[in-house]
Design a protein around this ligand. Structure first.
Ligand SMILES: *Cc1c(COP(=O)(O)O)cnc(C)c1O
Length: 403
């Protein structure tokens, strides 16, 4: 029995882990004529973004805006504090730590990779061991991804800082919060993060195009001691502009700024703690359903076994025999629901790459969307004859109901 494709009509749901669903308020804020960049409302509005961005990052320190995607923010952050020849330590838990490391290599850094595979969090003890062995303090920075969007693992950044302090190692702690900011709890200052990078198209709900680097005084001191920093990536004028153009190293990303203003209003009107609580509850409903589906034989599997290490923004799953891709195709063709492809979980020539898929549940998502997502997956599993445990959607509804 197949469902008629007519059920794909209606509002589509892009449930991939970024870019995320764009709120109507953000779209409407961006739908306007070109504003003047030499005076007027845009200038005053931009100044209001900075404190509100810092509130989302939970930092009192500095923020720089870049017109680029997350990869650009990676390079921006590294350019300010990592000189050619500096050693950086990367505890990788999926594709993104490795990607940040490639960026560092491209800038001439000496990258030491501790690879914890594709289904496990950072082993803090092993990082501590590597730092303890570095008695010369040649490691200048530890680069850690908070939520790895490929594996959907969530790392304990506060514990990583505590381990660095316990060893007495002076390296900077740099965190990638591109997937997690505005979804999973993150506290830059309280957790002792020196540099944090993020981008606008995930928890911040704005179309891709602007990214952010937050940095504290320790990182600023490292920047001041750098032999040189490429002019475009230099965070000093961006964080302390004398002229408006210096925020962006050139023309402002005008419409993105209006979109971001609307998104930050949404986040702060809801309250950041409430935003985190919403993501937590929705993620629990997703896990509940997936765990039940997975009870039947070789059916669906969650990539991260322990709930404690699962992100509240993205969930990586697999269905054997390439059925992950079948499910994705069926849902987009038949229900107007698009799931994320697996990323970095299998080699490009490995047929297992068709097994993996991901659910994005970051940003502008609510209970009915997640129940629609889960009900849709249930329909797909049924239509494709994929064995799955019973009662998953009902249990997810109970989780949404707080029961
Ligand atoms: C999305 C993402 C990136 C890359 O961001 P782009 O905007 O695609 O360059 C890096 N790190 C993490 C954790 C991400 O989720």
């Amino acid at each position: 029995m197949t469902n008629p494709p007519m059920l794909a009509q209606g509002r589509e749901y892009l449930a991939i882990p970024g870019p995320s669903v764009i709120p109507d308020a953000v779209l409407q804020a961006m739908h306007r004529p070109a504003p003047n960049i030499y005076g007027g409302a845009l200038i005053d509005m931009t100044a209001t973004l900075i404190p509100d961005l810092k509130r989302v990052a939970r930092t009192r320190h500095q923020a720089a805006i870049y017109i680029c995607n997350g990869h650009g923010a990676w390079e921006a952050a590294l350019s300010n504090v990592v000189a050619p020849g500096d050693k950086v330590l990367i505890p990788a838990t999926g594709r993104f730590g490795i990607g940040w490391g490639e960026m560092a290599t491209g800038l001439g850094a000496d990258v030491a990779l501790l690879d914890f595979g594709r289904s496990a969090p950072i082993d803090i003890d092993r990082v501590a061991q590597a730092l303890r062995e570095d008695t010369a303090h040649s490691i200048k920075a530890v680069l850690a991804v908070h939520v790895d969007t490929s594996s959907s693992v969530r790392n304990d950044i506060a514990a990583l800082r505590a381990a660095m302090d316990a060893v007495g190692h002076p390296a900077l702690l740099m965190a990638d919060c591109i997937a997690s900011l505005g979804c999973d709890r993150f506290e830059m200052d309280a957790w002792g993060v020196d540099v944090m990078v993020t981008a606008c198209q995930k928890g911040l709900m704005v179309p891709p195009g602007i990214s952010f680097v937050f940095f504290n005084d320790r990182a600023a001191a490292k920047r001041a001691a750098m032999p040189r920093v490429s002019r475009y990536w230099d965070w000093v004028p961006r964080a302390n502009p004398d002229d408006f153009y210096q925020y962006f190293g050139g023309t402002a990303p005008t419409h993105h700024l209006y979109g971001l203003r609307a998104a930050l209003d949404m986040i702060h009107n809801e309250g950041l703690d409430q935003v985190w609580a919403r993501h937590t509850r929705l993620a629990q409903a997703i896990w509940t359903a997936c765990e039940i589906w997975g009870q039947d034989g070789d059916a669906l599997g969650l990539n991260i076994r322990e709930r404690e290490y699962r992100s509240h923004a993205v969930t990586s799953l697999r269905l054997s025999k390439g059925r992950g891709a079948n499910l994705r195709d069926w849902l987009s063709e038949n229900l107007g629901l698009t799931l994320g492809i697996g990323l970095g979980m299998a080699a490009p020539d490995d047929p297992a790459r068709h097994d993996y898929f991901r659910l994005g549940h970051m940003g502008h998502v609510n209970g009915q969307m997640i129940l629609g997502l889960l009900g849709g997956i249930q329909a797909g599993l049924t239509a494709l004859g994929i064995p799955h445990g019973p009662g998953a959607v009902e249990a997810a509804a109970s989780a949404i109901a707080g029961r």
